[in-house]
Design a protein around this ligand. Sequence first.
Ligand code: ATP
Length: 890
Amino acid sequence: MSTSSLQDVAWHSLPAEEAAARLAASFEQGLDDAEVSCRRSQHGENRLTPAPSRGPLLRFALQFVQPLVLVLVLAGLVTAVLGEWVDAAVIFGVTLVNAIIGFIQEGRAESALAALARSVISEVTVLRGGGKQRLSSTELVPGDVVLLAAGDKVPADLRLFRSRDLQAIEAALTGESTAVAKSGDTLPENTLLGERCNMAYAGTVMISGQGAGVVVATGDHTETGRISRLIAEAPDLTTPLTRRMAVFSNWLLLAIGLLAALTFAVGIWRGESAFAMFMAAVALAVGAIPEGLPAAMTITLAIGVSRMARRRAIIRKLPAVETLGSTTVICSDKTGTLTENQMTVREIHAGGVRTVVSGSGYSPNGKVGDGGDVTGALRECLVAGALCNDAGLSRSNRHWEIVGDPTEGALLVVARKAGLDERTLQKLFPRLDEIPFDSARQYMATLHDIDGARVAYFKGALEQLLSRSLSMLDGNGRSVALRREEIESAAATMAAAGLRVLAVARLAAGAAVSLSASSAEAGLEFVGLVGMVDPPRPKAIAAVRTCHAAGITVKMITGDHAATALSIARQMGIARAGETAIGGRELAALDDAALCEVVRRVNVFARVEPAQKLRLVRALQANGEVVAMTGDGVNDAPALKQADIGIAMGLGGTEVAKDAAEMVLTDDDFAAIEAAVEEGRGVYDNLVKFITWTLPTNFGEGLVIVAAILAGATLPITPLQILWINMTTAVFLGLMLAFEPIEHAVMRRPPRPPGTPILDAALVWRIVLVSLLLLAGSFGLFLRELAQGHSLAEARTVAVNVFVVVEGMYLFNCRSLKVSALRLRLFSNPAIWYGILVMALLQAALTYLPLMNRLFATAPIGGREWLEIGAVGVLAYLVVGVEKQLRARR
Ligand code: ATP
């Protein structure tokens, strides 16, 4: 069975059985392991070969198309025309180095982001060797039987053989965004691609129902693979902050241009030569332009993204890194995010009797009641729970595991504890039809043949099933009048203890062969209540506390019962004593204005339908909140898109939700959201630290030039020396701030309101202060050297070293924006020390190597000079330190 022979088959025109026969596949068993590995070696992995992205040449060329760089290039050209070859060469050299660094860093950031996006593996449920398995979609081979459910992204091209209300969005393939119904019927051979309802194509998504199909093509041989090679989209590396910085640099450029022109004019007016003044203007432009800024920002963001990934939050869109730092409200699902999603049935209320269940986890060791035979309503409740169920229970390495929904897994476990094995039950009472579970409908139903009679079993939310029940089973299994209050009060007691309550009911279905939503309207017979624990995740409890300290409100939005939700919320500190929950039905009755008011004070939203989440997000946003919202289902996608940060679950989430989200949690744990917020705040801090550090160098250099011209003095630093300072210090000193660990205080202060200026008044003032210190220190020592009869080259070397040493000392001040440098652990960021070491070696080379002396017009200086330079550095450090202290006191 070669790949090409598979490609030629019009699978939609074959009856499903014949398609399976051609693929040597079995609908009941799937493939076995030996067959799978044989086919894998023949057909390869199920993935698309990525198309090459933007070529390296183009990417490199784009590095020069930035206003800051263009000005440098222009300066270099004019310098060359004036015959200053060395200067021109160095200016070009610097631009080139800058472009290379930008190119490498950008490439790294892009591929890191792309790799992260890919690391969110999409899993599929397949039938292999007669059992259900979850595996990565890359492992599929032709002939595999794939089970589809709402929210799945179709992993390969499938010929469907079973379908229940299955609907797909095929926009990825056909561009058509309305849902199309899918069925297993055979079609004429000339049916168009968009109308082949018995096929499910790779890359399309299932938005409702359930179904199964056999893989007919994988990887590049799928329709998507054939029509378009996957366009390896380069991730967007800009964020609101980098865009604001770009605008800022443009203004800066304008200001520098004007200042340069002014300097030139003043110099000429004072009788200086046009050539000297032009070189001064170039020096000013080159000095005042923060060349390293764009690269540093991208690198800092990229480092933040990889730190978040290590803490189990995968960023899919870079701007999210920043938005996370401004988040004011986190709306979280309960089940699986705040809780473990490890369900264990603790008690059953059936036939008016409460029965306690022992044992823990998914191991079927434990007793139902006293361990004796189960009878009457209790038995029926267990049987119904095991039959109205899509989960599987298995044992690997002495460890019990479930495949599928944990709520359903728990029902299989409790049935086994009572000696009822679901596999035997399923054989005895085969399933004829089903209504799959749906968060909006809140129940699931299956139809069975029970010893010749048709019985439908229902399980779901109490409100849904009790209201439809007319009678109930008693302890002996007889049908008696419904005792509604008794059931409601039993459910309320369970829920108040934090148990998740599931109701079970049944219906004598006469001769029915199929189920429909209206079947449930016929009047059910109530069977029982099952109460299960789902303990809060310990890390999530701590994370909620941290969020509160950080001024972030945590809200629980759940499909579960209000009392259960409230009890868990209280255990986790989300709701305080006395606080109440509000239900989906009450929410529906509120108009938008009232809703805005309610979302301000209520923290627990129960029985919320996914569609209501969108309204909740909008109401919160209308109140000025920056909202992070979790979701896992197809219906959650609109709310995830609307939220400022949509967060999807990596383990339990559907592909649709992941596609809509900005961030994916690899372990579904709420704690990862808190970690991501912390990292987001840390990244922003580090960016601000870099800016606060870098701007004084530029302003200081600018000031030195302007002051020299105004004073009619020789330039204390040449354009080349300025370039040297800017490039080396940005890379080896400033960039090291990106590795600064997060300060403890970040989660003890309120969220940063979006749109606040990057630099507050205090930081602007600090930048001015340091610029003035640089001016005074370098100009002062420069003049002093000259006055003592040293050469111009020596005086300039001193001035250059003042800049570098002050920058190095100031780097320690910038390790924290508010906290004194002395209070930080000295070696908590080793990168700083490596950077300083390299910088020291570079300065030694610049000062003492003859080649460097010739290139940069520097000269060796003596020990006394170094002492003076060091003194200026320490002084600058102390002045900034005192300024920080004074401000902190205030
Ligand atoms: P969260 O929204 O926090 O994840 P949840 O899992 O309770 O909580 P849904 O999955 O929307 O939210 O479930 C809503 C209700 O539907 C549950 O409280 C339960 O009563 C019922 N339910 C959940 N899973 C099933 C299932 N597999 N079969 C039948 N009913 C279910």
